[in-house]
Design a protein around this ligand. Structure first.
Ligand code: AMP
Length: 512
């Protein structure tokens, strides 16, 4: 099967050739003809499968006919995070080089004015995170009645981030006659329900089971004491011991640990950046760009910030914390071993993580080997001597390529480190998923262990609350949900929002 067999336009085919792609990936081969035939598509595919091109290429072909009108986008793509939204824009730039289409990116954390101007000019493709899109809509700057094609991408991540009520609102504003493309890496029951609701007799395309991990990834568990300094010391030892480490992502469950670990590694001489949802957009972009370009070979990240990012060649993934949701493990280690390359994934496991490891092993259908003996090698918790963290080292740590892993003193990374500290943000309408009432509850990846099937083994050992109802954040009104990726400006009072009860006509009965 070649791209030419799929029905794409000549302009798109030229761009695909220029991108260097010789043949379509399975999701592209299966989805593109249906999208071109104006059918709804339910794509069950992870990032890394080429799914972005599976919708951008046929969209470009379809958009060649017709023109955009002011404030009325012709197509709408919803993404859960700013980074993913920006990545889709990059795809349109790359594959749309031969087109003259207006592509607008509507995400939180940047000023409204420029986005307003773009919307006014008329938009062929609007790529947005849900909260900022609703902000524009509420300000009367946007009409969704001209949307012919709607893409809901990373639906399961939208669910995790509490965006579903917003998505439901947005879908109601888009014409019923639209074409809908719906992508999700996993299909938990809530996502099946949404797919049923949003799609009309869709083509269901599933390219890789969400539980599968690439065979090119060497996975290892490493027993660790539960104290932070013990884990950090172990991590440093692992990093230094990996001769073929070119670059690596280190995942933490909590954003505050991302900042802490990045600082700790930097103080030990590693060249490392941080990426988590509480960083401002500029710092996030800088951190990602530095990592992508290879200038900063180590990135400490949270799940929310790193999910779906397309970073082609990552040699190592370190799970500083075992993810509490087993599918996050698949996503995390999927950052390495991409496109047939070799990858290494180390997971630091403490005694309290055992049930999460069991859940992961049951999801991926295979045991993960221990690197240096299992948890039995650890001293009993009470007998463990209280070690002090070792002093910062002065040695340079090198990867296989001779690339320095050591932090450049006074460079961008150092300044980023300072910027990437968790910061208290002013209470905006769109609350952060990583923000909670106090730092003690500012978890982001400590997700409800409630994908019933997946966590069954875990519950066998320790009962976890079953989710019989929608998640807390789903039931929360959009104005109080926890989506950090999507902050608008801080409104004064109710902002531009007028509660419905104030708009109801008042009936005043005259006294008889
Ligand atoms: P995605 O799953 O959309 O994040 O894409 C993952 C990576 O695959 C991106 O770097 C794309 O540039 C690349 N890619 C997409 N389609 C193809 C293709 N047909 N052949 C080779 N690489 C591709």
């Amino acid at each position: 099967m070649s791209f030419a067999d799929l029905g794409l336009s000549d302009k798109v085919l030229q761009a695909v050739t220029a991108a260097g792609y010789s043949e379509p990936t399975p999701i592209q081969a299966q989805a593109i003809p249906h999208v071109l035939a104006r059918r709804d598509v339910l794509g069950i595919a992870q990032t890394g499968t080429g799914k972005t091109a599976a919708f951008t290429l046929p969209m470009l072909t379809l958009l060649e006919n017709g023109r955009a009108r002011a404030r009325m986008p012709r197509t709408l793509i919803l993404e859960p995070t700013r980074e993913l939204a920006a990545q889709v824009v990059e795809n349109f730039d790359r594959y749309g080089v031969n087109h003259k289409l207006n592509v607008a990116l509507i995400i939180g954390g940047v000023s409204f004015a420029e986005q307003d101007a773009k919307l006014m000019r008329g938009t062929d493709v609007l790529i947005a995170t849900p909260g900022r899109l609703l902000d524009h809509f509420e300000r009367g700057k946007l009409l969704l009645t001209g949307v012919e094609l709607l893409v809901i991408d990373e639906a399961d991540r939208m669910l995790d981030m509490g965006f579903i009520p917003d998505i439901e609102r947005i879908v109601k504003m888009v014409p019923f006659t639209r074409q809908t493309l719906f992508f999700s890496a996993t299909m938990p029951p809530e996502i099946e329900r949404l797919a049923d609701m949003f799609l009309h007799t869709p083509q269901r395309i599933e390219v890789a089971r969400p539980s599968s991990t690439a065979s090119t990834i060497e996975q290892k568990l490493v027993a660790s004491g539960s104290e932070g300094h013990e884990k950090r010391e172990l991590l440093r030892r692992l990093i230094r011991g990996e001769a073929d480490l070119n670059n690596g992502i280190i995942f933490c469950n909590r954003k505050r640990d991302v900042a802490l670990l990045q600082k700790s590694l930097a103080s030990h001489g590693f060249n490392v950046a941080a990426l988590h949802g509480d960083m401002d957009q500029r710092a996030r972009t800088l951190a990602l760009d530095g990592f992508r370009s290879g200038e900063v070979p180590l990135l400490v990240a949270s799940d929310v910030a790193a999910r779906g990012l397309d970073i082609p060649a990552v040699s190592h993934v370190f799970n500083f914390d075992v993810p509490h949701h087993p599918e996050d493990y698949v996503h995390r280690i999927g950052r390495t071993g991409r496109a047939g390359r070799a990858g290494h994934a180390f997971t630091l496991v403490t005694r309290s993580d055992e049930r999460f490891v069991t859940a992961i092993e049951s999801l991926i259908g295979q045991p993960i080997p221990w690197a240096e003996g299992d948890l039995g090698v650890l001293p009993e918790p009470s007998a463990a001597p209280a070690e002090r963290e070792d002093a910062p080292t002065r040695t340079r740590h090198r990867g296989k390529s001779g690339q320095t892993l050591r932090r450049r003193s006074g460079g961008e990374t150092g300044r980023d480190a300072a910027r990437s500290e968790p910061r208290a943000r002013k209470g905006g309408r769109r609350d952060s998923p990583e923000r909670g009432p106090s730092p003690a509850v500012e978890t982001e990846a400590v997700q409800p262990p409630a994908r019933a099937k997946d966590t069954a083994p875990a519950r066998a050992k320790e009962p976890a609350p079953q989710r019989m109802e929608p998640r807390r954040e789903e039931r929360r009104p959009a104005s109080r949900r926890r989506g950090d990726e999507d902050d608008g400006e801080t409104p004064i009072g109710l902002g531009s929002h007028v509660p419905a009860f104030l708009l109801r006509p008042a009936v005043i009965k005259s006294p008889k």
